[in-house]
Write a protein that binds this ligand. Structure first.
Ligand SMILES: Cc1cc2nc3c(=O)[nH]c(=O)nc-3n(C[C@H](O)[C@H](O)[C@H](O)COP(=O)(O)OP(=O)(O)OC[C@H]3O[C@@H](n4cnc5c(N)ncnc54)[C@H](O)[C@@H]3O)c2cc1C
Length: 654
């Protein structure tokens, strides 16, 4: 990790770092003197000596980060839960470092008994609970999640900007519907949860420039960009040219885009080729045993610059670049050359105001009708506050318990005679134990291998081959977007610096909440920032570690500085006022955002099932594994279906 020079205070002032914005609530030290975060990636964690063994064991785990790390969380129900919290970091790393004493855990009393315990309240955990309730609504189920709010990657941030409440996604962003790409699972859940299948969005008043807006943040990063008013920013650093915006680069076959003739032709071949590999098992297995970089450069014979162009887009959807991700996952993610260039009609790409938290909220309402105040309709489910007490009420058949970090999952008997499972979790400094007939692990590979005791070697080895990529999702609230209007663009892409893409999302109408688009009014820009280290010779595992370290080690203020510098560079000439236009910034840091399928994830070299399959197909006694990573391609409906499948695998125990 390279060291950066400390910026001068005068530079910070001109960047508006001393302006009054929504950011300071959690910064205990003075802003400009904030120290760097402490992040002990590998140091062993010692427990405080002499912890007594009782039902409420106090664990004095050291904090992983300082007060200047987390930053502002916005308003509303998710204000204390944006990205991974300091508490989840603390406990997860203590688990990794074997800080919990197994003898102590063994001696804890069981406090409650359930038919099924589900670990993880993301979409896969919620899908698991939905399946159980469908099979038998009287079964007693407990969902445990380590964050202060359910949803996993599908959560929202909310800002109050000049009296206007605007939501934005913390992670999972969008969905498509009524397209040929729909997953059957998406359709099934949209119907089951009674989610509307038509949506309306705010339009721009007085749109004399005929600006076209995306309805979400992903398709516009590449596939649908020709259909949107998008500009690419190029400058001396990125392209050895005076800084400028180039609008709609594909319109004239990249003539205005500053690359060599060869690279231009190769980029066009990559994007428009009709020569696709077949879509059968044999071909897919072949694709899954090479990297996407291999495919672009060796199979298609294109320039390395094409790979570099593709890197940030692939990383935005899968966490890492073309040099480690398989060509088959690239195909599943719709990358050019392996997947036809057929953009989904942008009107069929949707994003709820807070991203896919809309699905999580519908699931929880279906499972626990009083979990969200108000009636069972779209508007109330989306806009009403969560009834946190009702989530874990003893009368519920499904209970959802938050802030509960599971640290140990163990069968009560070893060998073939596995009669139940005990689950131990850490909550606010204490350990608790519950017992269940069976358990679904709806979490992620990075943690399952540490918390499931006596995990079979086959599963452990398979999980060890999973690599996880971090992502930072930064939501930047703006008082206005006149600078974009002046430029005549609604979406922006650039190379180098902070992030690579951002765009205005049309606001979805929810009930009577019907915002429109006006450059003089507030918006939130979402930046999806990967930490890919492509083309530097690192393995996926090294890229994962380096990326996680880089993302987690910086204090909030450093990201704020980078965001401001990036925006000044691109927008100052069109009137962006860095001292006044930013109203607030929320950082959502996800340490294990995506699993990054490397070659062999889906298919082995003989064309048989790949390394993820053993975990998916084989429960360990009464413990089954159902999380979105096991599909490789992480998507909301299939995530819920993975949870559902995991319930079916152990339902005979219930
Ligand atoms: C940046 C980003 C953007 C994305 N965009 C989209 C998109 O636009 N559309 C789309 O369909 N999908 C998107 N996804 C994919 C998304 O991850 C899946 O769709 C889905 O939401 C994942 O659900 P999950 O339940 O498998 O995992 P998660 O959402 O990660 O849920 C797992 C839960 O388990 C909890 N947990 C972990 N360990 C423990 C423990 N020890 N104890 C208790 N709880 C624990 C976690 O904190 C989390 O709450 C995106 C993902 C990321 C990272």
């Amino acid at each position: 990790v390279s060291k950066t020079k400390k910026p001068k205070i005068s530079q910070d002032k001109s960047l508006g770092l001393s302006s009054k914005i929504l950011r300071r609530d959690f910064l205990n030290s003075t802003l400009l003197g904030a120290g760097s975060a402490l992040f002990s990636m590998s140091s062993p964690i010692a427990l405080s000596a002499g912890s007594s063994i009782n039902d409420e064991l106090y664990m004095n785990l050291p904090q992983q980060v300082k007060d200047d790390w987390y930053g502002y969380g916005g308003i509303g129900d998710s204000k204390e839960s944006h990205g991974n919290t300091p508490d989840t970091l603390k406990v997860a790393h203590a688990v990794r470092d074997s800080a919990f004493n197994l003898e102590n855990i063994k001696n804890l009393n069981v406090l409650e008994q359930y038919d099924l315990v589900i670990i993880g309240a993301g979409l896969s955990g919620l899908g698991a609970a939905q399946r159980l309730k469908e099979l038998d609504p009287n079964k007693k189920c407990l969902i445990l999640d380590n964050h202060p709010i359910f949803g996993g990657e599908a959560k929202r941030n909310e800002f109050n900007i000049k009296g206007q409440v605007i939501a934005a996604p913390q992670g999972s962003n969008s969905f498509y519907y009524k397209t040929k790409y729909d997953f059957d699972e998406d359709r099934k859940y949209i119907k089951l949860l009674n989610i509307p299948d038509e949506f309306s969005y705010g339009e721009m008043v007085n749109n004399s420039k005929k600006l076209v807006f995306a309805q979400e943040n992903y398709d516009v990063q590449m596939w649908g960009e020709e259909l949107i008013s998008k500009g690419h920013f190029v400058d001396e650093q990125s392209h050895d040219i005076d800084s400028q915006w180039i609008k709609n680069i594909w319109k004239d076959k990249l003539k205005r885009y500053p690359v060599s003739e060869k690279v231009r032709n190769d980029l066009l071949t990559w994007k428009y080729t009709k020569d696709m590999p077949k879509d059968d098992d044999k071909t897919n297995a072949w694709l899954d045993n090479m990297t996407y970089k291999d495919y672009i450069e060796n199979v298609m014979g294109l320039d390395e610059e094409v790979t570099k162009f593709a890197d940030p887009v692939l990383a935005s959807s899968g966490g890492m670049g073309c040099d480690v991700m398989s060509a088959y996952i690239a195909r599943l993610l719709g990358m050019y050359g392996v997947s036809p260039d057929a953009p989904v009609d942008p009107k069929k790409r949707h994003s709820f105001p807070g991203g896919n938290d809309g699905f999580a909220r519908h699931f929880i309402k279906w499972l626990i009708p009083h979990a969200i105040h108000g009636d069972n309709n779209f508007e109330d489910i989306m806009n009403h506050p969560i009834n946190f007490q009702g989530l874990d009420h003893p009368d519920n058949s499904v209970r959802c318990r938050l802030n509960s970090n599971v640290v140990n999952v163990a069968h009560t008997n070893s060998g073939d005679n596995k009669s139940s499972v005990e689950v131990t979790y850490y909550k606010k400094g204490k350990l608790f134990k519950v017992k269940s007939k069976a358990v679904v692990m709806a979490t992620g590979g990075w943690i399952n291998k540490y918390i499931v005791k006596d995990l079979p070697r086959s599963h452990y080895d398979a999980y060890n081959r999973f690599n996880h990529a971090p992502m930072l999702v930064a939501n930047v609230a703006l008082t206005n977007w006149r600078f974009l209007h002046r430029l005549g663009i609604t979406a922006c892409q650039w190379t180098g610096g902070f992030g690579f893409h951002t765009n205005i999302r049309k606001p979805m109408h929810v009930g009577n909440d019907k915002p429109s688009l006006d450059p003089n009014n507030p918006i939130v820009l979402t930046f999806y920032v990967s930490f890919e280290k492509a083309n530097q010779g690192y393995t996926a595992e090294q890229q994962s570690r380096l990326g996680q370290y880089e993302m987690l080690a910086k204090p909030y203020i450093e990201y704020e500085r980078e965001i401001r510098q990036q925006m000044v560079k691109m927008f100052a000439n069109s009137g962006f006022d860095v001292q006044n236009d930013i109203a607030g910034i929320i950082l959502n840091r996800w340490g294990h955002a995506y699993v990054t399928p490397t070659p062999g994830f889906f298919y082995n070299t003989e064309g048989g099932p790949g390394y993820a399959n053993i975990i998916k197909s084989t429960p360990f006694g009464r413990i089954s594994f159902g999380h979105s990573e096991l599909r490789g391609y992480q998507h909301w409906g299939p995530a819920a279906a993975e949870g559902s499948r995991a319930v079916d695998q152990i339902s005979h125990y219930l």
